[in-house]
Design a protein around this ligand. Sequence first.
Ligand SMILES: CC(=O)N[C@H]1[C@@H](OP(=O)(O)OP(=O)(O)OC[C@H]2O[C@@H](n3ccc(=O)[nH]c3=O)[C@H](O)[C@@H]2O)O[C@H](CO)[C@@H](O)[C@@H]1O
Length: 360
Amino acid sequence: MKKIILTGGGTAGHVTPNLALLPSLKERGYEIHYIGTYNGIERKLVEGAGIPYDGISSGKLRRYFDLKNFSDPFRVIKGYMEARNLMKKYKPDVVFSKGGFVAVPVVLAAKHFKIPTIIHESDMTPGLANKICIPSAAKICCNFPETLQYLPKEKAVLTGSPIRRELLEGDRLTGLQYAGLSADKPVILVIGGSLGAVAVNNAVRSLLPRLLPHFQIIHICGKGHLDESLIGQTGYVQYEYVDAPLRHLFACADLMVSRAGANSICEILALRKPNVLIPLSAAASRGDQILNARSFEKQGFSTVLEEETVTDDTLFDAIDRTYRDRQKFIDAMSKSAHSDAVTTIVGLIESYAEKSTQKS
Ligand SMILES: CC(=O)N[C@H]1[C@@H](OP(=O)(O)OP(=O)(O)OC[C@H]2O[C@@H](n3ccc(=O)[nH]c3=O)[C@H](O)[C@@H]2O)O[C@H](CO)[C@@H](O)[C@@H]1O
């Protein structure tokens, strides 16, 4: 039996693409294991999908000063030793990494045992964790054509981002019922990325008096960000994080307001949802969400509002205009070629797993 270890974590964006591969890997008879952190979001998501999970110790690799910079290297070394033991225990044919800091010791441990590793970069420019892993990887999959220029030519493969199959199978009525909303007013689905985004949350909540006469709002606001004072408000419903029922909430959304995380926007595009993107600011990140959002805007898929320019008026105006012009956005998105990332990536995994089985 072919064996694969999947890794990736920290935020859901480093986990959901792995989950998207599961049905295909299972159909091809793989024994699947997952390595993540002891307590990260990946643990709940992966165990929820019924995949055996092993936790390892992990530290964040920072480019800036923090007291934890002194303790985290020890955690990373511990994680590396734990990952090596797991490689010895499972002897996988291949490792697939979706990135995030926890993936670094796993990829390095795989390299130690000469186990081929395929890594995936969702953003336009490789993140620090993936940069460290690139020399050890057999192949590097990427989501955007712009990323190819940052990757070694002989290793890079443009695959797109794997999207969970079930997200395309939502049902509008089930979504409305789940959220307790009616069918007579359009629905805005707000998602501030997998962790929530305080700036997006505040902007949307401040605008409720102007939005609620026209729209109903489903707000996924991130763990710890529920606003108790708004519980029971007619036409407004909030969740910290939505797992399986997310597909039904997508199905009942007429418009999205979202951060511009790479996976989120690929899902929005695949579902052809008119959208207003508020990318994470360059002050708080390496600016990839801004590049993502501008690329979508240029292709006519999205209206973009940079975080620094968000006010009640600019956000209301962006929502109002995008909703009025929704058909124009849907038409532009419908013309984009849909990349079947799952098939391409599983094909790559198969080619390495077969070589490995032939060897043994
Ligand atoms: C703050 C931060 O560092 N953000 C980064 C992080 O974002 P983040 O983890 O938010 O990643 P994405 O927006 O790419 O993906 C979020 C994933 O979580 C899922 N989801 C979200 C909410 C929910 O309730 N249920 C659910 O299933 C979405 O459907 C999607 O599949 O990784 C992305 C991919 O590397 C980067 O582009 C982002 O810049």
